[in-house]
Ligand binder design. Structure first.
Ligand code: TXA
Ligand code: MG
Length: 301
């Protein structure tokens, strides 16, 4: 079942049921090495599920849950290894969305849920995106309208006491730093990724996307080009133009990012040109997603 959260739509299954979780992997065509996030209805459910919670994990959970922060903990025995792709750690969060929390509370179990899109593709920020991306692979979608943040949760590993950011996301790094001081950002790594959302190529439209180094370096174009602008419309003509935030508000830009990319992707363009946004707050997550979208070149294009 697909459901809205404050970040993106998720595709949920009973996290204690390995067969249900396997169906989620299947529906997304998701490789078995990419672990899911376990969702809880309430922060108080974490110690119930995992037993002892490391001090810094507790501090962050208390401060930011419910909300767009995913924390890494040891995987409890009750959670089958398929959820964590065999890792002995588990990603967990409490979403800040009444539909998501009501669903999890009603289910009475932890809910494992990746974003409700095909693996590697644009994340869904509206129920329509889920329909377009997964179609019949999903039996039910709870439509909560467009999601508030529009980018996925920030993933932090705080088990050792010094928080390390594993995925940039809807909770700005600056907000976490206000609570814990300066923190390390370590996205991806070598070989098996720490968080496959940190794979170089991810979050991709099927139209090739190119990130402009700055908004003045627009290449001369032929063909059918689309343009993703941050605040100002480009002076040149394009077959399709999306402006994320005319007022320069990065929160607005993040919320509309995937929606704009879904529209451009559906416009039959040969290429999408995308401007980078200021690299602070939510801008870091937006630039991260654009970079990864640009890194993917697929044969099925
Ligand atoms: O905002 C979100 O986090 C959304 C909503 C639905 O909650 N979910 C989401 O799930 O973005 P997904 O599956 O698209 O991305 C989950 C990310 C993946 O990059 C995965 O590798 C990482 O979480 N992850 C899961 N378990 C992990 C673990 N034990 N250690 C490090 N990263 C982990
Ligand atoms: Mg995803």
């Amino acid at each position: 079942m697909a459901f809205p959260t404050e970040t993106v739509y998720g595709l949920g299954a009973n996290a204690l049921d390995a067969r249900a979780v396997a169906r989620v992997f299947q529906a997304k065509a998701r490789p078995g090495f990419d672990p899911l996030i376990t969702h809880l209805a309430d922060a108080a459910d974490l110690p119930r599920l995992v037993g002892r919670v490391p001090e810094m994990v507790s501090v962050l959970a208390e401060r930011f849950w419910p909300g767009p922060l995913t924390l890494i903990v040891e995987r409890p025995l009750a959670i089958p290894p398929i959820v964590t792709s065999g890792l002995d750690t588990m990603a967990v969060r409490v979403p800040d969305h009444c539909v998501a929390r009501a669903l999890i509370a009603q289910a009475g179990v932890a809910v494992a849920a990746p974003s409700a899109n095909r693996f590697g593709r644009l994340s869904p920020t509206r129920a329509e995106h889920v329909v377009a991306g997964l179609g019949d692979a999903v039996d039910l979608i709870l439509d909560g309208g467009p999601t508030r943040y529009g980018v996925e949760s920030t993933i932090v590993d705080a088990r050792a006491g010094h928080p390390v950011v594993r995925r940039l996301g809807a909770l700005p790094v600056e907000a976490i730093a206000e609570v814990v001081g300066p923190l390390k950002i370590a996205l991806g790594g070598h070989g098996r990724p720490a968080a496959p959302g940190a794979l170089a190529a991810h979050y991709a439209p099927s139209t090739p996307l190119r990130v402009l180094s700055d908004s003045t370096s627009v290449p001369h174009h032929g063909g059918s080009l689309g343009y993703l602008a941050f605040r100002d419309r480009p002076r040149e003509e394009y077959a399709a133009i999306e402006v994320l935030a005319p007022d320069g508000d990065l929160t607005r830009a993040a919320a509309g990012l995937f929606d704009a990319l879904h529209r451009l992707d559906a416009a039959g363009l040969t290429q999408i040109l995308a401007e980078r946004v200021p690299d602070t707050g939510l801008g870091q997550a937006i630039n991260d997603r654009l970079q990864r979208a640009a890194a993917t070149w697929r044969p099925d294009r």
